[in-house]
Ligand binder design. Structure first.
Ligand SMILES: [Zn+2]
Length: 438
């Protein structure tokens, strides 16, 4: 965070952090756990610093993919959602995730909030009705950009998932995104660290500079969604629906004082695959609604499994529950936060995990705790005594502690959690050496 942002959040004494809301067509995997653990660590850090924190997570429950996934299991969409929500909540409990609120996009207050904003933007002229012709990926629930060429079979392939897209022409409502191109560019210029890391900010700016087209934000082919107010043959596109959880999850439309206390968000934590939605569409929707914009969109990397991208089709998706059963929550939390900087991709291997846990937690930290407790037991009958007068090496250790604390806090504020942990472990080793020398 730069100085101004630090000052303004210190003055407000509140801090609002979000994870993306997770799609309920799939069970929780290591990627969900990673994002949520980062948010939890940052939230705990801010609480220790004396801020009042609101940490929001939840589930994205509408759309065609969920309709399909439910049908395959002979369930209704809401039955499938209820099952998967139960698994997410259990996992967060097992991983010691201390969130304030779990939002579900099927909640009545969320649906009403989205409809109210839709109506407001329509009356303002930022949402209008037209005909959309394009190529749509059912799996990603996303229209392909027009620059994607036709395949030999006359179809187009989705660049994100590799599946064939479907050609559609339908009456729909558009959001006037083109009207926000210059406003977005001006906003990025005034807030050059809005998206982090910087490489992602550059990606966003160059995408917007290429020109923004109006965005189709309703469907007539999808039944499982929020109906357009006064035009229920149309349902609201799942992304327009989902992004507004960041407002409805802190009281928009149902608790005005809560909403005004915490909005705008300090950090939207996201995976790099959903950057465009959060760094371009979302600020444009908020500008249209006349609401303040979030301070930071932080895009983290992906976890690879043995250097390969995890995917359901490869069958190499890492289930955090298996690690939890063998090791409990702390080793997994520590490994994911310590192993790589948040903006980069990480590699999860069984050997790497065991090595990190054994060397840092069992050896470095475990030895320190064991030695300290043993000495208190053996030399002081298990009681903490008043300290003896401070000598030279005591003073070094105390000063090193203060330096470590200052550095660790600064790294945490930058979301450089791996660096903060490095500092803390380096101090841990100084204390181990102190104990050996004295
Ligand atoms: Zn796709």
């Amino acid at each position: 965070m730069d100085e101004n942002q630090l000052k303004s959040s210190a003055k407000r004494k509140v801090f609002y952090i979000t994870t993306p809301i997770y799609y309920v067509n799939d069970v929780p995997h290591i990627g969900h756990a990673y994002t949520t653990i980062i948010a939890d660590a940052v939230s705990r850090h801010k609480k220790l610093a004396g801020l009042e924190v609101y940490f929001l997570t939840g589930t994205d429950e509408h759309g065609q993919k969920i309709e399909k996934a439910a049908a395959e299991k002979n369930l209704s969409p809401i039955e499938l959602a209820n099952q998967v929500v139960g698994r997410f909540k259990q996992l967060w409990q097992d991983l010691l995730i201390d969130y304030n609120f779990f939002i579900r996009t099927t909640a009545d207050f969320h649906e009403k909030g989205v409809q109210a904003i839709f109506q407001q933007l329509k009356e303002k002229g930022d949402i209008y009705k037209g005909i959309y012709r394009g190529w749509y990926c059912v799996s990603c629930e996303n229209f392909l950009t027009e620059d994607i060429p036709l395949d030999e079979d006359g179809l187009k392939t989705c660049p994100d998932c590799g599946k064939k897209a479907t050609q559609v022409a339908e009456e729909c409502y558009f959001f006037r995104l083109s009207a926000y191109q210059e406003k977005l560019l001006a906003f990025y210029q005034q807030n050059p660290h809005f998206v982090r890391p910087q490489s992602r900010m550059n990606e966003v700016v160059s995408f917007v500079r290429q020109g923004l087209k109006d965005l189709s934000i309703t469907r007539t082919t999808v039944k499982w969604g929020i109906p357009v107010p006064n035009d229920p043959a149309h349902t609201i596109y799942v992304w327009f629906d989902a992004l507004h959880n960041y407002l409805t999850g802190i009281g928009y439309g149902w608790n005005s004082s809560l909403f005004h206390k915490f909005w705008p968000a300090d950090i939207h934590l996201i995976g790099k695959d959903i950057l465009r939605f959060h760094a371009i569409f979302w600020p444009a929707f908020l500008m249209a609604a006349g609401l303040p914009l979030p301070k930071i969109v932080y895009s983290h990397g992906w976890w690879l499994k043995d250097e390969t991208k995890m995917s359901k089709s490869k069958g190499n998706v890492l289930d955090p529950r298996i690690i939890l059963e063998d090791f409990g929550p702390d080793p997994l939390r520590y490994f994911l936060l310590r192993e790589v900087p948040i903006g980069l991709d990480g590699n999860f291997s069984h050997e790497g995990f065991l090595h990190r846990v054994n060397s840092d937690l069992a050896n470095d930290l475990g030895n320190l705790v064991h030695r300290t407790l043993t000495m208190i037991q053996n030399y002081f009958q298990g009681k903490m005594e008043q300290p003896a007068p401070e000598n030279e090496s005591d003073r070094h250790l105390r000063e090193a502690f203060n330096q470590t604390k200052t550095k660790a806090i600064a790294f945490y504020d930058e979301l450089a959690i791996n660096r903060a942990l490095e500092e803390i472990w380096s101090y841990n080793n100084q204390v181990n050496k102190y104990l050996a020398d004295n």
